[in-house]
Design a protein around this ligand. Structure first.
Ligand code: XMP
Length: 527
């Protein structure tokens, strides 16, 4: 395993992705991690980039013990400056100008040991730079292995030890040979084995879950029909069989036929022990008259917890006097790596992301109130990796590639207060929109699409009748990480067809509009 120490760059996680794509497993930890606290010895360490200036008060720095570990080190951007600054703080200063974008690094040949980071790359490589600070002198015992017009010390290497620094970003696509550089570092210099495979990951994770849960404990997990909870549930099922109890809460705000589909996919195809808790009426009564989005989320979150608490008790009772009797000791959470990065970061957790993923404080109350422990089998994976594991576990392609669906469901796709009638209208419109998208072969080209409902009403004329109906808002976006997103470009003819079909087939709709707002400034969901 390669350890990536995160100094807060927007692209730290890409270093991991590139390494994993090479088959080299890597983990990300905050740059302030104490080496004495590490429970494993990394084969090598990468220092990421970061937004601070190494010479500022309060700038983040590594534990100096990192350099005593004796393993190879690669510093990227801030990470490179950190190496130079640690040796002598005078080595780093603000440059004359920002260097942002394309640059060409001229490689300086020293000898095949010192410049092996660039082995096989020729004399010049195009790279992506993004910095203001730079190295203004060469750290003692280091040599230059690459320079650009603006940065005399754009790449450095220690004369004897395997310590390297690059001012540019090898993890970015815009550094075309970046992967070769990361391969040279991780495989050739660190000696990491490029044999990380998704299938192995699933097996290792199943073994880890078995050990953690032990022989008797029961595990409760909420499933939603989405890819994360389905893959998590499938791993749990493989690991502990029927001692994993999946709960699907029908909030009354699910997509059309969702509960039936989940029953078939999880219950029948994957053999998961699944209980559907019908709670549509309860959710609707608690949501009555509430239009504030955050209040909706909180109400839905705490109703989920009430139901899980009841289910935990019911499940323990039901298991009594069976070979699987035991206490519910764990709760499955489909946390993915981007959430872990957020909460591990030395910058502290990001409030916005937390609210989403905890569905209104879900784990905290469950953990504290019931003494449950969390199981997060996907915590080291990115979404596309979760999808790859899903395929390995035999989950059907249509489920693996499903667009995400938020925990609070259609309730946060209705602008205004939620009623059964409004959910029904939004649900039908959504079904038409998604079906048309699938028929047109566009589903896999779009990251997330749905139809929401504006509770303001608009006047229309249907036949010779005046109607006063709701406005349906169609939304479709493309995104890699769901942090920012572009509006999907449909043909107008397609959108007109969707609009016509919704107006013709869904009573109560007077108008259909397409949302042209990217994220930012809009969010993907309507609220
Ligand atoms: P936004 O709307 O913030 O959404 O651009 C980004 C991604 O997060 C999903 N999302 C949620 N998921 N509970 C969830 O489980 C929520 O409260 C929630 N809000 C947004 C959204 O569907 C998109 O994929």
């Amino acid at each position: 395993t390669i350890l990536v120490l995160d100094f807060g760059s927007q692209t730290s996680h890409l270093i991991l992705r590139r390494l994993r794509a090479l088959g080299v497993f890597a983990e990300l930890l905050p740059c302030t991690t104490k080496i004495a606290d590490l429970t494993w010895k990394p084969k090598g360490i990468v220092f990421s980039g970061g937004p601070a200036s190494v010479y500022d008060d309060g700038a983040p720095h590594v534990d100096p013990a990192v350099f005593d570990l004796g393993v190879p080190i690669l510093g990227i951007c801030y990470g490179c400056q950190e190496i130079a600054w640690t040796i002598d703080s005078a080595n780093v200063a603000r440059g004359d100008a920002r260097e942002y974008g394309h640059a060409d690094v001229t490689i300086t040949k020293v000898n095949s040991n010192v410049d092996r980071l660039f082995a096989g790359l020729g004399d010049e490589i195009p790279v992506f730079m993004s910095h203001y600070d730079k190295l203004v002198s060469l750290p003692t015992d280091f040599v230059v292995i690459g320079a650009t017009k603006n940065s005399e010390y754009a790449s450095i290497a220690h004369k004897e030890k395997p310590i390297f620094g690059v001012q540019f970003h090898p993890e970015l696509e815009h550094t075309p040979r970046g992967t070769d550089i990361l391969r040279n570092f991780s495989v050739d210099i660190c000696g990491a084995q490029p044999n990380w495979k998704m299938g192995d990951f699933a097996q290792l994770e199943i073994a880890r879950i078995r050990e953690l849960v032990g022989e008797r404990a029961l595990v409760l997990g909420a499933v939603s029909g989405g890819v994360d909870s389905t893959v998590g549930a499938a791993l749990m099922r493989e690991a502990i069989g029927d001692r994993f109890k999946a709960i699907l809460v029908d909030t009354g705000c699910m997509r059309l036929n969702e509960c039936e589909t989940v029953k078939v996919n999880l219950g029948k195809h994957l053999g998961i022990n699944l209980t559907v808790v019908e709670a549509g009426e309860l959710f609707m009564s608690r949501l009555a008259g509430v239009s504030d989005p955050e209040k909706k989320r909180k109400i839905i979150g705490s109703t989920f917890i009430d139901l899980f608490e009841k289910e935990a008790i019911r499940i323990e009772k039901e298991a009594e006097n069976t070979p699987n009797s035991g206490k519910v000791e764990f709760f499955l959470q489909g946390t993915l790596y981007p959430d872990v990065i957020e909460s591990l970061s030395f910058r502290g957790p990001s409030a916005t992301i937390k609210t989403h993923h905890n569905v209104g404080g879900l784990p905290e109350r469950m953990m504290n109130g019931q003494g449950l422990r969390l199981i997060e089998p996907l915590r080291l994976l990115f979404k596309d990796e979760v999808r790859a594991i899903g395929r390995k576990l035999g989950i059907h392609e249509s489920l693996v590639n499903r667009h995400p669906f938020p925990g609070p469901g259609i309730a946060i796709r209705i602008l205004g207060d939620v009623t059964k009638e409004r959910v029904e209208i939004a649900r039908k419109a959504d079904h038409i929109f998604i079906s048309k998208i699938k028929e047109a072969g566009l589903y896999d080209k779009i990251s997330q699409a749905f139809a929401g409902l504006d509770t303001n009403r608009s006047v229309g004329v249907f036949g010779d009748q005046r109607v006063w109906g709701y406005i349906i808002i169609l939304r479709a976006v493309g995104t890699k990480d769901f942090m920012s997103a572009d509006v999907f470009d449909f043909d107008n003819a397609f959108l007109k067809d969707v609009s016509r079909t919704i107006c013709n087939q869904v009573d109560g709709v007077a108008r259909v509009v397409y949302d042209l707002t990217s994220k930012p400034p809009g969010t993907i969901e309507l609220e």
